[in-house]
Design a binder for this molecule. Structure first.
Ligand code: MOS
Length: 768
């Protein structure tokens, strides 16, 4: 641990946006309205695969209140979407292919949302149907091809050491198949934007989003106007979890087409059903694992994984990199082969979701290790202790880990907190005397590459703008977004720490592309490091300038000046309030705004072989859960959980705990409850009456959270990231615990009651 002098960092701080959010004063996308606005609704294909023959809007246009129905003909710029591969039409053209149920064909504008939605239903879309590709297996056959020459759209590999040779000489090889199903982000606020023709002869976009700069680029592209004519301001955002990474670019594009044609503000707020049918989810991934040991040491691992990327590539070419790097888990293994393939199907395109392609394979590798431990009679804890990454280890991409490797410490913390051995014994005892209800204990151990890493270095930067007003209040602007995760609080803490100004005089504004340059996306658990470092450096410059003013006034030496508790202190008991120093600085014409910028050192990575520095740093976690399974109904319930996370440094401890609690609940939903059902490419469970997410009632009574602080030297005060790692250990731990309870290996998540009953009857099953 470094010596601590911090006054605000690491302290219990109230969330800065709490009051507005609980009082209802916060303005989310649907709360923003403009004079003369129209309300929009989407017309979707409602067929999984086919050729669009005609669009007939005549009856829709007759409805009173309808202001227009817009199709590809009304797109002035490029009618294409997609951040990496532009394979997705903005609005499908007649004569071209419809590739999934939610493909957008037209946008209706009307005086109210209700009229727009009713009119959208009346737009007659004629589609000549083609046979759809609905499974990974069918896709690989390439009998029906969705784009180009093959349904295998993207692939990535790792070749470290010589795994195949090692397997040739191994007597005992462990193998396993695993499947992780879709997961819906289930943010409380659906997608929504309002696009306004503005006084600057361009458009201002207000909306719920993670990545304002992506939206700016997409709207400029679809309207065919320079980016300088598109300004994007993020409204308060009611949850995102990756689901508002690329999707708002699409939502804003549809609304922009209307705003541009009518020259009126166009508002588009998705219904829950349209949101679930058309927007990204977590990718389903099927994986096959092969492992060889020497004693209790893992010597070789081979992984083949297939991701269902739906009808369009969207973010999959980036998501797949994370799947690749995390597939072999948080372990040091000499010989590793990983092959990951992403295949097109005629289904909704999955994309970013908390963990970005890693939770699926972390569940698989943790299940595989647990299965080996059971077969060999190893203690699952000891098995991980032996194989885990530690300082000096090399990851599966051969990345040498030098500092901030708290992995072993997270294991020892959960071992202690859960009283591991006793808990296992007590659970076995319980099961001896219980027939109908069985208990199980499960462990998992994960790592997570923080920020965009070698796959996205061009995006890994962030800016900040800090302005001190004449009354001493501090206005902070960052390119990162608050989506509920606590970014504004952590950024306020950093500004307060650096300037010594009191928290209540610091405001972090909603992101606005007019003020801060492209700061990359707000994803990958990178905001504390990137926006945090940018704000830290801007504040440090301002502090130096104010320190000089203070010294001029008091005659103190620069080296004696301290900024804290809303005051500036110097030698000989000299003291002025921060606000007084600012007032003097104003009178002296001192520049009181500053910009900050942060980018990480470049990473070296060989993409062909998957070898090198994959990410700037990694967060680590370990988790033990105890479950109870009702053998009659198949219903599983988590009754206890112990989780430990290496976050580098907890800048906002309350926020870290909040993230871990939320991540646990969402991970548990993924592990047990959330079962996305489809029929012929249509999502059947398109609202929360059929897509079941856990509530606070399903959370374990005992959720013990522990934080390991092994500082990351590049991070502000040593911080890494916690947003996503909070979810990642849960599915593996829960699946392993259920496996112990029922005495059958769980190979699929979610572990629904139906799946548990199938396992009890058939012993093994891997259905989608
Ligand atoms: Mo995220 S899943 O990196 O928005």
């Amino acid at each position: 641990m470094p010596e601590r002098h911090e006054k605000v960092v690491g302290k219990k701080i109230n969330r800065v946006d709490a009051r507005e959010k609980v009082s209802g004063r916060a303005k989310f996308a649907a709360d923003v309205s403009f004079d003369r606005q129209v309300n929009c609704a989407l017309v979707i294909a409602k067929k999984a695969h086919g050729v669009l023959k005609s669009i007939d809007a005549s009856s829709a246009k007759k409805i009173p209140g309808v202001e227009g129905v817009f199709t590809w003909r009304d797109v002035p710029g490029e009618n294409q979407l997609g951040d990496v591969i532009k394979d997705m039409p903005c609005l499908v053209k007649e004569g071209e292919r419809v590739r999934f149920y939610g493909d957008v064909v037209a946008v209706v504008a009307a005086s109210s949302k209700k009229i727009a939605e009713e009119a959208a239903d009346l737009v007659n879309v004629e589609i000549e149907e083609l046979k759809p590709v609905l499974t990974i297996e069918e896709a690989i056959k390439d009998e029906i091809v969705i784009h180009g020459k093959s349904n295998v759209g993207v692939s990535r590999r790792i070749r470290k050491g010589n795994a195949s040779k090692y397997f040739e000489n191994s007597e005992h090889i462990f193998e396993g198949d695993f499947y992780a199903h879709y997961q819906e982000q289930a943010y409380m606020e659906t997608q929504g934007v309002i696009v306004v023709p503005d006084i600057d002869y361009g458009f201002t976009v207000y909306g719920t989003m993670q990545c304002p700069y992506y939206v700016q680029g997409a709207v400029s592209n679809v309207l065919g106007i320079p980016m300088s004519r598109v300004r994007v301001i993020q409204t308060e955002t009611g949850g995102a979890f990756g689901g508002k990474e690329d999707i708002p670019s699409y939502v804003a594009s549809y609304a922009a087409i209307v705003a541009n044609n009518l020259r009126r503000p166009a508002k588009l707020i998705y219904s829950r059903e349209i949101d679930i049918q058309t927007t990204s989810k977590r990718h389903p991934i099927k994986s096959h694992y092969k492992v060889a040991l020497e004693g209790k040491k893992i010597k070789a691992m081979t992984i083949e994984a297939y991701m269902d990327m739906g009808a369009y590539a969207t973010l999959t070419p980036i998501v797949i990199f994370r799947t690749l790097v995390h597939a072999a888990g948080a372990y040091e293994i000499e010989n590793v082969d990983v092959d990951v393939y992403a295949v097109y199907t005629n289904k909704v395109p999955p994309g970013a979701f908390r963990g970005f392609g890693s939770p699926q394979v972390l569940f698989a590798v943790e299940s595989m290790l647990d299965d080996i431990a059971v077969q060999m009679g190893f203690d699952p804890m000891e098995f991980r202790e032996i194989n885990t990454l530690r300082p000096g280890s090399r990851t599966s991409t051969d990345h040498l880990l030098v500092n901030s490797v708290g992995a072993p410490e997270t294991l020892s913390r959960v071992k202690k907190a859960s009283k591991w051995k006793e808990l296992v014994k007590e659970t076995e005892e319980f099961n001896k005397s219980s027939e109908e209800v069985k208990r199980g204990v499960g462990l998992s151990h994960i790592f997570y590459g923080v920020s965009l890493g070698a796959g996205g270095q061009a995006l890994d930067k962030s800016g900040a703008h800090v302005l001190i007003d004449r009354d001493g209040s501090v206005e902070v602007r960052i390119g990162g977004t608050e989506m509920g995760q606590g970014a504004k609080t952590v950024i306020s803490i950093i500004a307060a720490e650096e300037l010594g100004q009191s928290m209540d005089k610091i405001v972090v504004h909603q992101p606005d592309t007019a003020f801060v340059p492209d700061s990359g996306p707000t994803v990958a658990s990178r905001t504390t490091i990137y926006s945090g470092n940018a704000v830290k450096s801007a504040c440090a410059s301002l502090r130096e300038r104010l320190a000089s003013v203070f010294c001029e006034l008091t005659g103190c030496r620069l080296s004696s000046v301290r900024f804290e508790d809303g005051c500036v202190y110097g030698e000989n008991e000299n003291k002025l309030s921060f606000d007084e120093v600012v007032e003097h600085a104003y009178k002296k014409n001192v520049k009181l705004f500053e910009t900050g910028w942060y980018e990480t050192p470049k990473l070296k990575f060989d993409m062909d072989n998957g070898i090198g520095e994959a990410y700037v740093t990694y967060s680590y976690a370990s988790q033990v859960v105890q479950v109870e399974v009702d053998l009659a109904t198949g219903y599983s319930k988590v009754i206890k959980a112990f989780t430990a996370h290496d976050v580098g440094r907890s800048v906002n401890p309350e926020g870290v705990v909040g993230q871990i609690q939320g991540g646990f609940a969402q991970g548990m939903g993924y592990a047990i409850f959330e079962d996305m059902k489809q029929k012929d490419g249509k999502i059947i469970s398109d609202n929360f009456n059929t897509y079941i997410i856990p509530t606070v009632h399903e959370l374990p009574k005992e959720l013990v959270i522990d934080v390991v602080e092994d500082p990351f030297p590049e991070g502000p005060y040593g911080a890494k990231g916690i947003g996503e790692p909070s979810l990642m250990p849960v599915p593996g731990a829960v699946a392993n615990a259920i496996s112990m309870a029922i005495g059958k290996r769980v190979r699929r998540i979610p572990v629904t009651p139906e799946y548990v009953l199938q396992l009890l009857e058939n012993g093994s099953s891997l259905q989608e």
